[in-house]
Design a protein around this ligand. Structure first.
Ligand code: CTP
Length: 409
């Protein structure tokens, strides 16, 4: 997958005293696998949960624990290690961050190796809090987390679920993939710039049933739509995702509606668009469906020779025509999947479907489009202005699309 965002990036991974510290081992491995250089810094309480040897083995670097490093040669060690190490880092990621560490960073304490490094750093900081529900929902913690955001740090909020205490609620450390995606955003210089926006995304194919066992479908995996939904959420948007059949998983905070047919997708889009500001229609909606769906399995002895088809409703076209949608002020973004005369066809769709922007992906580009993790797109705006991008991961492509949408509004 063409994604070099992490390659050769120097990351300090701060680990604090919380049971989720074991998940930081997987995080170290994921960061390394993506090409980053990782130095782990542990707080003294983190040592109660995971041995430093685990992190030094996984990261390939010595682990920093002590604020005053112990010299190997009976003397004093380098005196400004905290400044040197802080300046070494392209990014500091603290996962898990206890309520104690969150509070210390919010108020500028520098009483251990990790908080000292944070106070000396010029690089961006990503904080991933984790705690039991009452500690996490505590008013002081909530205010401290908000303070971190106000200070310009990126916070990956804890998720809801079962906790180590047996209680259930908010406090579980965010999923590793979500932490990686958030880190990628911050490394790319992107902030929570979609705060307050309500975005509706469609993804995947639609299936049009022939009988109870067969359907007409297409090869869309849903990866592009799910990447858009995830990227929009991590940039602060309130996201609703309407998905046709897909094996992809959304973050738990994304409102997910699973649909099957073009008709179901149209009904869901119609309803949800009323309360959203932006629609990104990345689904590969079927253009044709069987004229009748058989209620029983069609048997060999039925000697079916042909299938009568009829067109489905075009969802995007119906939006602009039907005033009941109340699309005033909303931004509507379509996709165009073409095999030939790509730009000409995309421009035609932009005009005919009265879109604000169209994202063209051409199936003739290698490793681009359906089923792949990467995509190569050209964005065409209402004014006709074009912008072409190189082959990138679908997450990067999603971020480019979102940035263009922001520029447009
Ligand atoms: N689309 C839609 N409703 C449909 C079919 C497509 O809203 N019934 C949307 C897609 O989600 C996409 C855009 O229209 O955003 C273009 O889809 P595409 O399949 O490229 O084009 P079509 O309009 O279906 O035309 P053709 O298949 O002939 O290229």
């Amino acid at each position: 997958m063409p994604n070099d965002v992490f390659r050769k990036k120097k990351i300090i991974l701060g680990v604090t005293g919380c049971i989720a510290a074991y998940k930081a081992c997987y995080l170290t491995r994921e960061l390394k696998n993506r090409g980053a250089e990782v130095k782990v810094v542990m707080t003294p309480s983190a040592l109660q949960f995971v041995a430093p040897l685990t992190f030094s083995t996984l990261s390939g670097n010595p682990v920093i624990v002590n604020i005053f490093p112990v010299s190997q040669q009976n003397g004093t060690d380098v005196s400004t290690w905290h400044i040197d190490t802080a300046r070494w880092a392209d990014l500091i990621l603290i996962a898990p961050a206890t309520v104690n560490t969150v509070a210390k960073i919010a108020y500028g304490f520098a009483d251990n190796a990790l908080t000292t490094l944070v106070s000396a750093a010029r690089s961006p900081l990503v904080v991933v809090p984790a705690a039991d529900v009452d500690m996490y929902m505590n008013k002081t913690t909530t205010a401290n987390i908000q303070k971190l955001e106000e200070l310009g740090h990126y916070v990956v909020y804890a998720e809801e679920g079962e906790l180590a205490s047996g209680l259930s609620g908010y406090g579980r450390m965010a999923d590793i993939n979500k932490i990686i995606d958030s880190t990628e955003l911050v490394l790319s210089g992107i902030k929570k710039d979609l705060n307050g926006k309500k975005i509706l995304v469609t993804a995947g194919p639609t299936y049009e049933d022939i009988d109870p066992v067969r359907y007409i479908g297409n090869r869309s995996s849903g990866k592009m739509g799910y990447s858009l939904a995830k990227a929009a959420f991590l940039r602060g948007a309130d996201v609703t995702l309407i998905s046709g059949p897909s094996a992809e998983a959304a973050y738990p905070e994304i409102k997910l509606y699973k649909v099957r047919s073009a008709k179901e997708m149209k009904a869901a889009v119609t309803k949800e668009l009323k309360t959203n500001d932006i629609l990104i229609m990345s689904a590969a909606v079927a253009d044709y469906k069987p004229a009748e769906t058989s209620q029983r399995k069609i048997k060999k002895e039925d000697k079916l020779a042909s299938l009568r088809l009829m067109q489905t409703d075009d969802i995007l076209s119906s939006i602009k025509k039907d005033s009941a949608y109340g699309t005033g002020g909303k931004k509507i973004i379509g996709f165009a999947l073409e095999t030939n005369d790509a730009e000409k066809n995309a421009a035609k769709k932009l005009k005919e479907k009265n879109l604000d922007m169209i994202v063209l992906n051409s199936l003739s580009d290698k490793k681009s489009g359906f089923e792949y993790d990467s995509n190569k797109i050209t964005i065409i705006g209402k004014s006709g202005k074009k912008k072409s991008f190189s082959l990138q991961s679908k997450f990067q492509v999603a971020n480019n699309i979102l940035t263009e949408i922001l520029r447009m509004s």
